[in-house]
Design a protein around this ligand. Structure first.
Ligand code: HEC
Length: 99
């Protein structure tokens, strides 16, 4: 009789442990997925903030990937932005271009 209670407690403990570890797995995956989106949102924000000073926002889909890779550094020099900002803008416009 007592053994049965023991077993059910042990079983319950296993369920709780598995339950917790699977929650932890979800927790570790969630921030990485969440981090991917703000990164591209950040590129979008940088693009909108730095690339509208001289002309309207160019539609990345209106140009070839090759053209964007060539134009962004030229425009980055005009916009006087740093390499990190330039690379985030390039990542963003190439992502939009591929959509
Ligand atoms: C200092 C002014 C200036 C800034 C800032 C600027 N551009 Fe330009 N951009 C120009 C000029 C001038 C042209 C050529 C005339 C036009 O197409 O409006 C141009 C043209 C372009 C073109 C079109 C090229 C073509 O062949 O039609 C793209 C794409 C472009 N810019 C992207 C960007 C991006 C991305 C940024 C931000 C990193 C940016 N620009 C920031 C001045 C600027």
């Amino acid at each position: 009789m007592h053994m049965k209670i023991y077993f059910s407690l042990a079983a319950l403990l296993v369920v709780v442990i598995i339950g917790c570890s699977s929650t932890k797995t979800t927790e570790t995956t969630a921030p990485s997925t969440a981090a991917a989106s703000p990164a591209s949102d950040h590129g979008k924000a940088l693009y909108e903030a730095n690339c509208t000073k001289c002309h309207a926002l160019k539609d990345p889909k209106a140009f070839s990937e090759e053209k964007l890779r060539k134009m962004v550094p030229i425009m980055a020099a005009k916009a006087k932005i740093d390499a990190e900002t330039q690379s985030q803008i390039l990542t963003y416009v190439l992502a939009v271009n591929k959509q």
